[in-house]
Design a protein around this ligand. Sequence first.
Ligand code: MF3
Ligand code: CO
Ligand code: CO
Length: 270
Amino acid sequence: MRAPLPMSVQIKSAEDIAAMRVAGRLASELLDYLEPHLQPGITTAEVDTLAHDYMIDVQKTVPATLNYAPPGHTPYPASLCTSVNHVVCHGIPGDRKLKSGDIVNVDVTVIRDGYHGDTSRMFFVGAPSIQAKRLCEVTYEAMWKGIRAVRPGAHLGDVGSVIQKHAESHGYSIVREFCGHGIGRNFHEEPQVLHYGRAGAGLKLLPGMIFTIEPMVNAGRPGIRCLADGWTIVTADHSLSAQWEHTVLVTDGGYEILTQSAGTPAPPPA
Ligand code: MF3
Ligand code: CO
Ligand code: CO
């Protein structure tokens, strides 16, 4: 998604950053909570209910996606996004039962004390195919290459270009229509964080900026289509698609990932 209205790129205060660490950790802990439930036979609507109740009753967070209505969209009807197999993003939970061999992106955004934490992971339901597993791994590596390019003085084009190079070197393609985004008191702020581009181009990073990196990588062609529900994005060629997302702070020395918890998967080798 992108910022609904033009605004400038904010430098967060120490208070903002402290609150964003809390929101980010809570978002990641929500994924930790959901992970053991992502088994064959559960419906994505059941996963949504589990997430909604955990946010409201246990975390005392607010599901940012519920009734979220950026310009040109109907209100999003659920507390998370579940994007299965060829669904690229914004999959609306429903009656569909997860089955062994599915890959599913679960994307959660929680609000705590007015601040947003936004993260997603890929999960395997039962055992994945070799191709699906590879796509998820390469997408994870691509996100991490982008994160490792974050430091003061680097440009957003440096982030996009390493992500794009990694995905394309494996014969995969980057979805162009969606990008990472600044985040804070708003769900989607400037800057737009493209997952493709040219080194040295784009916004120069400064300490205190906070944004997501959330590449969507298709096994086949980059083209997408939106379903009649107005939200669910699928690959035009029905190829598999994967995505990972972290919320990242630019620090004096590089980066700090805000969306971490006990269940965060280990970083890939640098
Ligand atoms: N969490 C998504 C993102 O990473 C946005 C989902 S908006 C929704 O930006 F309305 F589709 F839920
Ligand atoms: Co996001
Ligand atoms: Co997200």
